[in-house]
Design a protein around this ligand. Sequence first.
Ligand SMILES: [Zn+2]
Length: 374
Amino acid sequence: MTFRFTLSGTDGAARTGAIDTPRGSIRTPAFMPVGTAATVKGMFPESVAETGADILLGNTYHLMLRPGAERIAHLGGLHEFMNWQKPILTDSGGFQVMSLSGLRKLTEEGVTFKSHIDGSKHFLSPERSMEIQQLLGSDIVMAFDECPALPADRDRIAESMRLSMRWAQRSREAFGDRLGHALFGIQQGGLERDFREESANALREIGFEGYAVGGLAVGEGQEAMFGCLDFATDMLPQDKPRYLMGVGKPDDIVGAVKRGIDMMDCVLPSRSGRTGQGWTRRGMVNVKNARHADDPRPLDEACTCPCCRSYSRAYLHHVQRSHEMISGMLLTWHNLHYYQELMQAMREAIAAGAFAAFEADFHAQRAEGDIEPL
Ligand SMILES: [Zn+2]
């Protein structure tokens, strides 16, 4: 069976459909929970699936350093290793080398860097990144790229984008054609329309099974990101999935889907769950707040997740303040459930041609704010 993307409905620029892979179908628009070190922190894989996730993201940088790609391959690949049989997308490692590792040296060939864990020396190139992602058994592989932190001057953005396009070509050659597996190219170019166009043209020339919009959600702010998406998504092929990397908050996600994005990933629902933050249709609720100490109501009365079905705000407040493990577990479950419900609601709204009404309702509910304290 091959990798296939099928659009089943559009509403304005928003699209819904499915990506079929040998490991299962991914309903789009899709949100991918992040399983950095072969685990979505605080969740069993079957619980992640129960929230409605069709695909997970794994981080090449983290897995190559610990426990090592060759070790995971010997143990049967990442799906077997972490007990997740549905599709997995892995990033290329490029972004995290730049953001996490110590001393690094960037050349045309690749990046030499020191591990943030033990200071050991490593090398990543397009060829090595493709090899690692193949060893992991990733279903969707990302091309190896470089991304400057914004703001950066135009020369730096152009130079970096052109290097990434040369690396995209090398990634394609190293990946080759692998039946049922996909390689995605990554559009770069900062917020500059001409560079985004140049990058999109270079990627289309090479040819990929999907296209990511890279280099956003790096501190430019929502308005600038949406402004860039307004032209950047349109430059990518209509008949291939479009993936916005590292996004985001619920309102970022809704705005991205509105602009034609099909896939997203973010650590936010799991990371904020571990610090006492619950995302609901009424916005973000901080369970640490003293107002919840005597509140017997669930985080969200309309939510059907195990956290909201069986636990009170008072309990969530208590376990968060007591640093009990179950605090992060319950809130992560709720947050991932909320994100997946949001995706499902958008898929249905697009299919029904009612995305504008969905969006108005989404913002109206958030504007109401959290329920009144008792
Ligand atoms: Zn819930």
